[in-house]
Design a protein around this ligand. Structure first.
Ligand code: P1T
Length: 391
């Protein structure tokens, strides 16, 4: 079935064209330009094993295949795999490991990823080292003969630290350790980790790839066939696959990814600059600022700085932060990110509540931190909304 996942054609196009055409062909049955939603669990066989490439939709489904080909294309990989959620995709990666294996992971990462690592896979005998990777050389101190995987999230959620993927990839290669990069915040429009030496790219497709806050999905993309086969085996054996309707929605989302990301970047810059000048705001975290500690790396490995911004109120005032998120009218107070609509979140009590307070505060996730996912509305409406909410 893996052959169905292989990139078919149109992989020499530029990114904006690949977002629309990459890995795509008109449907073979009637030439429909969008892949049909094959809402079926199973496929007729003429004789046992006599099928047309599909036998059961956990193993493969044509709508999912279309999406998986598109994912492979936009990430410059050879194989894409779609899962029921971002965490299901990470779960599949962790199942490559055995008890006794060790992982060096970014310390500032999505709270759910931290929970999966520390509460599920630690229990299965896998050891995690949560490390500040802003200086890639600090990773090496945590690598030993049991280390099998380096897990990087960049930009990090929610502190917007940038990790130098190329430098980490060199360390991973030197020690023959797999490198996985969670590319959810950047998207392949801004950053292509496989080209920088990563072995595996992961997405919460729930976010920018889907782009419309109407689907929960995860994705993996790899270049290497052997690694793809191992992950495909886990995808089928564990079964947390993306459904056909959701696959269709994310495929549709990807077709406008480049246009949406352009606007997310433009609006993100305007909002970040507004916040940075505001007298009631203490600190703004956005990698596009020249004073951001990792700005030079961001400039080197990204094609823009995105629409994710975190900030802290003056005096680190928790009550003030809560008042602001409650006062917002155009921004919606909600978990998640990457949709066309602007969202605001309070990481300490929402997306990162599963990280013990002491741990999260070490990375800067204080109680007064607010995270914004800047959408693609008119930027002046977003700035006016923040202005009235901050007061
Ligand atoms: O929610 P799910 O599709 O399972 O994806 C998990 C995930 C993985 N990696 C990153 C960087 C993420 O941001 C997420 C999900 N994040 C949120 C829901 C959030 O609001 O931060």
């Amino acid at each position: 079935m893996l052959d169905n996942l292989q990139l078919m054609s149109k992989d020499n196009l530029r990114f904006n064209s690949k977002a629309i055409h990459g890995g795509q062909e008109p449907d073979k049955a009637y030439g429909s330009v969008m892949p049909p939603i094959y809402q079926t669990s199973t496929y007729a066989q003429s004789t046992p094993g006599g099928h047309k490439g599909y036998e059961y939709s956990r193993s493969a489904n044509p709508t999912r295949t279309a999406l998986e080909n598109s994912l492979a294309s936009i990430e410059n990989g050879n194989y894409g795999l779609a899962f029921a959620s971002g965490l299901a995709a990470i779960d599949a990666v962790m199942k490559l490991l055995k008890p006794g294996d060790e992982v060096v992971s970014t310390n500032d990462l999505y709270g759910g990823s931290y929970r999966l690592f520390s509460k599920i896979f630690e229990g299965f005998g896998i050891k995690f080292h949560f490390v500040n990777m802003e200086n890639a050389s600090t990773i090496e101190a945590h690598i030993n003969k049991n280390t099998k995987l380096i897990w990087v999230e960049t930009p990090t959620n929610p502190m917007m630290n940038i990790i130098a993927i190329k430098a980490v990839a060199e360390i991973a290669k030197k020690h023959k350790v797999l490198l996985g990069v969670d590319n959810t915040f950047a998207t392949p429009y801004l950053q292509q980790p496989l080209d920088l030496g990563a072995d595996l790219v992961m997405h919460s497709a729930t976010k920018y790839l889907g782009g419309h806050s109407d689907v929960v999905m995860g994705a993996l993309v790899v270049k290497d066939k052997e690694l793809a086969n191992k992950l495909y085996f886990i995808q089928n054996a564990s079964g947390a696959v993306a459904g056909p309707m959701d696959s269709f929605l994310v495929l549709r989302g990807i077709k406008t990814l480049h246009v949406r990301m352009q606007r997310h970047c433009e609006n993100g810059e305007a909002v970040a600059n507004f916040l940075a000048k505001h007298p009631k705001i203490e600190k703004v975290y956005w990698p596009g600022f020249e004073w951001h500690p990792n700005h030079a790396i961001a400039k080197e490995q990204m094609n823009g700085f995105g629409g994710m911004i975190s900030f802290v109120t003056k005096g680190n005032d928790y009550k003030e932060a809560i008042k602001i998120v409650e006062n917002l009218k155009v921004f919606t107070l909600a978990e998640s990110l990457g949709g066309v609509e602007s969202l605001a979140g309070h990481p300490a009590s929402m997306t990162h509540a599963s990280i013990p307070k002491e741990e999260r505060e070490k990375t800067g996730v204080v109680d007064a931190l607010i995270r914004l996912s800047v959408g693609i509305e008119d930027k002046n409406d977003l700035i006016e909304d923040l202005d009235q909410a901050i007061g």
